[in-house]
Design a protein around this ligand. Structure first.
Ligand code: UD1
Length: 432
C-alpha cells in the first residue's frame, strides 16, 4: 500500500499536459472488440482502470498489443468467450460495457454485477431495459447478468434518467442490431460523443451523439480503425481547481476548453482568472477567492466528478457556499477527512454547507474514492505542514503520473510505501 506525502503551501506554477479521457477510453476499448479487424488507439491514458479493462478483453481472447504507454492495437477476431470474470467487474464497473459490445457482436454476453467506486447505489436497470427493448433476453441471477438474443432489432428507447453508462451500453449493442434505434433522454457527455465517433470510424451509423436524442442505424459489421481518444475533462478540471486553490498560475495543455465550461464558469465566479486558448486553458488566482453555490448535473451542467475538488476549494473561500450533489448520493465521504484538516462543512441530505476557513492544516487522511482522493491531494497542496494520504490506489485508477505532474508544477509531493518509515523521516527532514 502506498501513500502520498505532501508538504503544502506552494502555489502550482508552470505547464501540465492532460492525457486521454479515462471514461471515453473505457467505452472505446469495449467497442474495439466489436470489429474483427485491428483497431489502433492513441492517447490512451496509462491508468489502472484502463489496464484492468485491457486485461479483461485479453482474457476473453482479443489480441492486445501495447505499442507504447499511450498506444494500443486491439484485434477482436479471435474472441473465445463472452463471459467476463467477476474479478474484472469487481475492479472496474465500466467493464459492463463489454455486455453491450459482446451482445451486439455475438448476441450473447455474461457479466457479474459491477463494482467500482462506492459513491452511491448505482443501479443498472436502464442498461437492462435497453437490451431487452433491443430483443435480448436478460436474466439476473446470483449477481450475474446473462444476456442472449437470437437477433437484436432496433427499438425506440426512452431512458428514465440521464445515464452515461446506459447510453453508451445501448449504443454499443444497437450498432449491430437490425434497423433503427432511437435513444431518447440520452446523456450528452463528451465521452458519449467520443465513443460514438469511434464507432462511426469503424463503420457504425450513429447520429445525434452529444444531444439528447441519438439515432443509430444498425450495420452488419464493424471494421478496423485508427483513433485518438479525446482529452480528459476531469483531469483537466482537477488541475484547474488545483491551480486556483493554491493561488498558482498554470497552463493546462491538450484540453478542449468547451468541455471545461462548467468548471471555468465557477472558477471565474469565485474570482480566479481563466484564459482560454485553442487547446489549452490558463488558470491563475491571487488573494482569497469568494463563495458560490453549485449543483451537480449531467453535462453540460457541473460534473459530479468535479464536485469534491471544487468543494475543497470552496472550503477555503470567503463566505458560505452550498454544494448540492444530484447524481450520486454517497459523494461527500471525503468531508470528514477535510474536516480533520480544518474545513467546516456540514452535510445535510445531498447538500454540503461549506463555511470557508482561512487555511487547512496537514493531517493523516484516507482517499475514500477516485475524485475525492484527488480533492484531498489539492487540500494537502494548500495545507500548512505535512499531509499524508493513504489508499491512493483509488487515485491511480484515473490519474496518470499524478504526483509527477504536480511535482513538475513546483509542489513537494512524494509517493511512498505506507510502511516505509525511513522514506517518511527523510522527507520530513528534507522539507523541514
Ligand atoms: C459515469 C462515469 C462517472 C460519472 C458519472 C456521471 C464512467 C466509467 N463513469 O458513471 O465517472 O461520475 O458517469 O457523470 O464513465 N442510474 C440508474 N440506473 C441505471 C443507470 C444509472 O438509476 O441503469 C443512475 C445512477 O445511480 C446515477 C445516475 O443514474 O444516479 C447517473 O449514472 P450514470 O450516468 O450511468 O453513471 P455511470 O455511467 O455509472
Amino acid at each position: 500500500m502506498e501513500q502520498y506525502v505532501i508538504k503544502g503551501g506552494k502555489p502550482l506554477t508552470g505547464e501540465v499536459t492532460i492525457g486521454g479521457a479515462k471514461n471515453a477510453a473505457l467505452g472505446i476499448l469495449a467497442a474495439a472488440v466489436m470489429a474483427d479487424e485491428t483497431v489502433t488507439l492513441d492517447n490512451l491514458p496509462d491508468v489502472r482502470d484502463i489496464n484492468v479493462m485491457l486485461q479483461a478483453i485479453e482474457e476473453i481472447g482479443a489480441k492486445v498489443e501495447r505499442v507504447d504507454k499511450h498506444v494500443v492495437k486491439i484485434n477482436g477476431s479471435n474472441i473465445t468467450s463472452v463471459s467476463i470474470e467477476y474479478e474484472y467487474m469487481r475492479k472496474i464497473r465500466a467493464s459492463y460495457y463489454l455486455l453491450g459490445a459482446l451482445l451486439g457482436k455475438y448476441k450473447a454476453a455474461q457479466v457479474s454485477l459491477p463494482g467500482g467506486c462506492d459513491i452511491g447505489s448505482r443501479p443498472i436497470d436502464q442498461h437492462i431495459k435497453g437490451f431487452r427493448m433491443l430483443g435480448a433476453n436478460v436474466n439476473v441471477d446470483q449477481g450475474v447478468i446473462d444476456a442472449k438474443a437470437d437477433k437484436l432489432t432496433g427499438s425506440h428507447i426512452y431512458l428514465d434518467m440521464v445515464t452515461v453508462g446506459a447510453t453508451i451500453n445501448i449504443m454499443l449493442a444497437a450498432c449491430l442490431a437490425e434497423g433503427k434505434t432511437i435513444i431518447e433522454n440520452a446523456a450528452k457527455e463528451p465521452h458519449i460523443v467520443d465513443v460514438a465517433n469511434f464507432l462511426n470510424s469503424m463503420g457504425a451509423n450513429i447520429k445525434g451523439a452529444g444531444t439528447d436524442v441519438i439515432r443509430i442505424r444498425g450495420v452488419e459489421r464493424l471494421h478496423g480503425s485508427e483513433y485518438s481518444i479525446v482529452p480528459d475533462m476531469i483531469e483537466a478540471g482537477t488541475f484547474m481547481v488545483a491551480a486556483a486553490a493554491t493561488k498558482g498560475d498554470v497552463l493546462i495543455k491538450n484540453v478542449i476548453p468547451k468541455h471545461l465550461e462548467a468548471t471555468t464558469a465557477k472558477l471565474t465566479e469565485v474570482g480566479a482568472k481563466v484564459e482560454e486558448y485553442d487547446d489549452a486553458v490558463r488558470v491563475c488566482a491571487t488573494g482569497r477567492l469568494g463563495n458560490t453555490h453549485i449543483k451537480t448535473l449531467p453535462y453540460p451542467g457541473f460534473p459530479t466528478d468535479m464536485q469534491p475538488q471544487i468543494t475543497t476549494l470552496l472550503a477555503l473561500s470567503e463566505g458560505t457556499s452550498i454544494v448540492t450533489e444530484s447524481i450520486f448520493e454517497n459523494r461527500f465521504r471525503y468531508v470528514d477527512e477535510l474536516s480533520r484538516m480544518g474545513a467546516t462543512i456540514t452535510v445535510e441530505g445531498n447538500s454540503a454547507i461549506v463555511n470557508g476557513v482561512q487555511g487547512f492544516k496537514g493531517a493523516a487522511i484516507s482517499a475514500p474514492d477516485l475524485r475525492a482522493g484527488a480533492a484531498l491531494v489539492i487540500a494537502g497542496l494548500v495545507a500548512e505542514g505535512i499531509t499524508q494520504i493513504d489508499q491512493i490506489e483509488y487515485i491511480q485508477r484515473g490519474y496518470e503520473d499524478f504526483e509527477e505532474k504536480i511535482r513538475n508544477l513546483g509542489a513537494t509531493i512524494e509517493r511512498m510505501d505506507v510502511e516505509d518509515e525511513k522514506s517518511l523521516k527523510k522527507f520530513k527532514l528534507k522539507v523541514g
